[in-house]
Design a protein around this ligand. Structure first.
Ligand code: ZN
Length: 193
């Protein structure tokens, strides 16, 4: 398992809800947490590790020792939103690019935890922001899509450089073609979603 970067097609995949929480899914989530901590991220969605599952992990401290700050959200749904807040975001899948994004200031989230229980969370501030960012990933949306027009212009060169790097990797045969990727995602979804 590895973190994929923009413009990998799996980052644009809208994932279907998972049907069950089993040992294999828990193992996958464990790997996701390891990768998130290794890259000093605060959140990681399944799309970012090339998996079509509606699940993301979060630890706002980015500290693997702070287990009580570690959260797993399975089949999350944002039930209510209110207010707006604007703040700078980045993403492990869009390396070295940052920009201000407007998000809801307060959200009510429903999600299943690792024991398969449905939980409700009322979230504000950075927690609410991070959840909205990760939840977007599950719908194939990236924070760069939500930048202002000026923000988009500011990061355009850096985005194009990521696109060239991806094309190079593909030309070297290190990344499957779009059809192969789509077929693999469909297969995984048929098994688990
Ligand atoms: Zn992200």
């Amino acid at each position: 398992m590895r973190i994929i970067t923009y413009p990998h097609p799996t980052l644009r995949h809208k994932s279907k809800p998972l049907r069950r929480v089993d040992a294999e899914l828990k193992k996958t989530i464990g790997h996701m947490l390891d990768l998130m901590y290794a890259d000093e991220g605060v959140g990681l969605a399944a799309n970012q590790v090339d998996l079509p599952y509606r699940v993301f992990v979060l630890n706002l401290t980015a500290d693997s020792a702070a287990k009580d700050e570690e959260h797993v959200f399975i089949n999350p749904t944002i039930l209510k939103r209110s207010g707006t807040q604007e703040f700078e975001e980045g993403c492990l899948s869009v390396p070295e690019i940052y920009g201000d994004v407007k998000r809801s200031a307060k959200i009510l989230l429903s999600a299943y935890n690792l024991t398969g229980q449905e939980m409700r969370y009322e979230l504000t501030g950075l927690f609410a922001r991070a959840v909205q960012h990760e939840n977007d990933h599950l719908d194939g949306v990236l924070f760069i899509d939500r930048l202002t027009e000026t923000g988009k212009l500011t990061v355009q060169d850096a985005i194009e450089s990521l696109e060239r790097a991806f094309a190079d990797e593909r030309a070297r045969g290190r990344i499957a073609d779009d059809q192969q990727i789509a077929a693999r995602l469909a297969e995984l979804e048929a098994l688990r979603a």
